[in-house]
Design a protein. Structure first.
Length: 503
């Protein structure tokens, strides 16, 4: 009898099964004994640890390529149907190879072109049953994961800042990692309070000793952390938000929302080769386009000069130092009040702060009542769901609605609580500027000067010869007040009331 050539194929579903020695050695032993008994020569072996529920396995594909290339090898030795495939696509792939015979050694049958229609039919049933087993297993897993989510347990690997810890009952629970969580909170706080990009914040956190998973902290790491709502004590799984999470929060929902608002409000500015302080700030009076900064080298070693030019109108360029001197002359030198005037403004400011504080207290009380009401509703809603009073769909719908209202209310409450302090801070900034604006301006860098110009004006205009500085309302009123005071018209306090000074 002529010796047949064959390939051996053995598979387990995971690396874990392979390491624990579940079936690979047993499969190989069985197939080699079968080959020896039936005068079959094994010319190649293909062994892998990968699930067969989807097409595209590495060693399976290598085996198909080998069989197509070596036309003298037309036999496959495999333990049983579900070791070879659990999906119809792989079944069709092998069926398309001409003259192929598949030996299912444990099932005791051989499938080939000469097989009876009944045998082919039964084999097809085995493939469908194997596929159905996987589908059913996946469905049961999904049910288990969904039930786990409903109980508040995150069914996947936790993000940085949390670790799995086993309870006394043997169940794993997420707990805050005390070595990493402080860095996570610091990232949110630093981003909100500072003027960081993802990259600069990553460099700062790296300098502070933050090593996520023993690697360098990157801009992508920072971005992922800042977008992860998991740190507020909730989690999202398969598109559903679960607010009854069992893990503790590292940051407050209010801090997370404020960080998201800040990220949305930021404009992505392309990196610049040179640090031009007033790029995008000055606009052309004729066409409204922002002036473009250019660096020009002075003749006879006189240094470099920065110019701002409109490339649409081709009007004369504006030198940066000329722009700064014009702002000092036409705006800041006019913001100088007498001591008497400043004292009167301070008195009015205190009255306004007091009024603002009273309003804040009333609004905060109303919001506090709403917050407590929503918290009670959410607690009762979860109880009703557990007791079967309401169904899951209704529970999710109302929970998301009320939780959103609660998040918004909490953010408003925090902002109102700080309203008085912010208002007082703005007034203090105005007074300090009115008192020390020229001296403060002359001592600053170009970047700091830009911040001051942004605070006082709203997009300066240049028409090719002169510069206009439209003032924001508070400083416009301040200069009017100063002019009237100089002219001896009405007391400062009366003018502030009439002008309805807005800070």
């Amino acid at each position: 009898m002529a010796t047949k050539k064959a390939v051996l194929y053995a598979r387990v579903s995971s690396d874990r099964q392979e390491k624990e020695g579940f079936s690979i050695p047993a499969q190989v032993k069985l197939l080699r004994e079968y080959a020896k008994k039936n005068n079959i020569s094994i010319v190649e072996e293909f062994i892998e640890s990968e699930t067969a529920k989807k097409a595209g396995r590495t060693q399976f594909n290598n085996m198909v390529k080998y069989l197509k290339k070596n036309t003298t090898v037309r036999n496959i030795l495999v333990e049983k149907t579900d070791r070879l495939y659990r999906n119809l696509k792989d079944y069709v792939t092998l069926d398309d190879i001409s003259g192929l015979a598949i030996h299912f050694c444990k099932e005791g049958n051989v499938l080939s072109a000469e097989s009876k229609s009944q045998d082919k039919f039964m084999h097809g049933i085995r493939v469908l049953m194997a596929k159905n087993y996987i589908d059913n297993l996946s469905e049961e897993i999904r049910k288990g994961l969904n039930e786990k989510c409903a109980q508040g347990f995150y069914p996947s690997s936790p993000p940085m800042g949390y670790v799995n810890k086993q309870n006394e009952d043997g169940r794993k629970k997420l707990v805050v990692d005390p070595t990493v969580a402080p860095f996570i909170k610091q990232i949110f706080v630093n981003y909100l309070m500072g003027k960081y990009t993802y990259k600069s914040l990553a460099e700062h956190m790296h300098a502070c000793g933050f090593r996520p998973k023993k690697r360098n902290c990157t801009a992508k790491t920072i971005e992922n952390i800042l977008h992860n709502e998991f740190y507020t004590g909730i989690f999202i799984y398969k598109g559903v938000k679960y607010y009854n999470a069992k893990h503790d929060a590292i940051i407050s929902p209010e801090l997370f929302i404020r960080v998201q608002e800040k990220m949305k409000s930021k404009y992505k500015i392309a990196p610049k080769r040179h640090n031009f302080a007033y790029s995008g700030l000055i606009k052309c009076k004729h066409c409204g386009r922002p002036l473009i900064a250019e660096l020009q080298h002075g003749r006879h070693k006189k240094g470099n000069y920065i110019y701002y030019r409109c490339h649409g109108c081709k009007s004369p360029a504006l030198r940066q130092d000329e722009f700064e001197n014009a702002f000092l002359k036409h705006v800041l030198n006019k913001l100088h009040f007498s001591r008497e005037c400043i004292n009167e403004i301070t008195g009015i400011a205190k009255e306004l702060v007091t009024m603002e504080s009273e309003f804040a207290c009333v609004s905060a009380d109303e919001l506090n009542k709403k917050i407590k009401l929503l918290q009670r509703r959410l607690s009762q809603l979860y109880t009703d769901k557990c007791d079967g009073i309401i169904d899951t769909e209704t529970y999710i719908l109302k929970r998301d609605e009320w939780q959103h209202e609660l998040d918004v209310a909490l953010v408003k409450y925090e902002k109102i609580a700080k309203a008085g302090k912010e208002f007082a801070g703005d007034v203090e900034t105005l007074l300090n500027l009115c008192k020390n604006a020229p001296q403060l301006y002359l001592s600053q860098t170009s970047e700091e000067k830009r911040k001051l110009i942004n605070l006082v004006t709203s997009n300066p205009f240049y028409n090719g010869s002169t510069i206009e500085f439209p003032l924001v309302s508070a400083f416009e009123y301040a200069i009017k007040l100063r002019n009237l005071e100089t002219a001896g018209v009405e007391p400062a306090s009366k003018m502030i009331t009439n002008a309805n000074l807005q800070v």
